[in-house]
Design a protein around this ligand. Sequence first.
Ligand SMILES: CC(C)(COP(=O)(O)OP(=O)(O)OC[C@H]1O[C@@H](n2cnc3c(N)ncnc32)[C@H](O)[C@@H]1OP(=O)(O)O)[C@@H](O)C(=O)NCCC(=O)NCCS
Length: 332
Amino acid sequence: MEIREIDRSDEDQLRQFWLVGKQAEDAYRPYDFYAPFESARPAYVEGGRPGWRNHMLGAFDGDRMVGRTYLNLPTLDNTHLCFIDLQVHPDHQRKGIGTALVDAALGAAKAEGRRTVIAEAYVPSGSDGPALAFSRATGFTEAIDEGIKVVDLAETEPTWEMLAHEAAARSDGYTLVAWDDAVPPELLAEFCRLNEAFNDEAPSGELELEAEVWDEQRVRDGEAQNRRVGRHVFAVAALAPDGTMAGLTEAMVSDHAPTRGFQSGTLVLPEHRGHALGLAMKVANHQAIRAAFPQCQILMTGNAGVNAAMNAVNERLGYREVERCVEVQREV
Ligand SMILES: CC(C)(COP(=O)(O)OP(=O)(O)OC[C@H]1O[C@@H](n2cnc3c(N)ncnc32)[C@H](O)[C@@H]1OP(=O)(O)O)[C@@H](O)C(=O)NCCC(=O)NCCS
């Protein structure tokens, strides 16, 4: 078995890299949320999506890839970090390949001057699965525990009007603005301000995250990349009476896998909490997604067990936990 950087110009290796990861994930996770090949491929070929650089290491048995790890290196902020995902094909597990891949990833992260490696271990709710046993065996420690949740949009749609009404009654003076794909120019500065606040405001446990740095270039580069990979972003912001942005939520649906989407970050700034803005924004976003993608059946999200406010909103919306994600980290 040999570990080497995969050849980005070799279509067959790109496919294998994607497929080994997918086969390993399919074998143990309850839902398929693996990024479609069409969405993943541009970052594979180009060495990363905007604002990130990647390394792709394959564990080869002859020409056949039996394991792989993807290193994602932020370049605009958090340049001490390296995020990895790592999978070994189910037929080749428990032979030390995963451990060898971790060693190779640590070496590559060190060569890039990174201090801390962060990975995600997905485990069944209520028990510690193989991913956590493996991460402990390879020197990672648990930094934060998140519930991975799914909501059925078709099933919960009948509740939205009532929830929107209830939230509106509690958020007098605030207005909601929705958009898809491109942030309206007049909201850009505020959109960046909320994104920069995110890492300080959302619970991140022991993770060594620093605030992100956002500007117009970053936003527009991300949007251009989304267009190229067929990813649609649905966003709703809450504006305070003085016109500043009080809250923001975003979700994504891919043209290549339109039956399921991802609910990503939701933030209400501390001075604006208690007005049901989280609920108001998320209901509005569910409605927007349903209108644009009627075939989108479920949304997936993750939120920290300690995040009582977000958990309460998600419960009202009908999210239910389907597994856990333990974010783990170790020094290089
Ligand atoms: C987790 C994974 C990468 C392990 O790959 P692997 O090649 O089987 O790992 P190794 O053989 O190097 O295992 C190293 C140690 O991890 C622990 N471990 C690995 N798999 C385990 C399992 N199924 N149950 C319990 N412990 C396990 C053991 O301590 C093992 O040492 P041992 O075999 O001497 O007991 C692989 O199971 C996989 O791809 N799973 C799906 C994706 C995933 O969970 N990735 C890791 C996210 S942190």
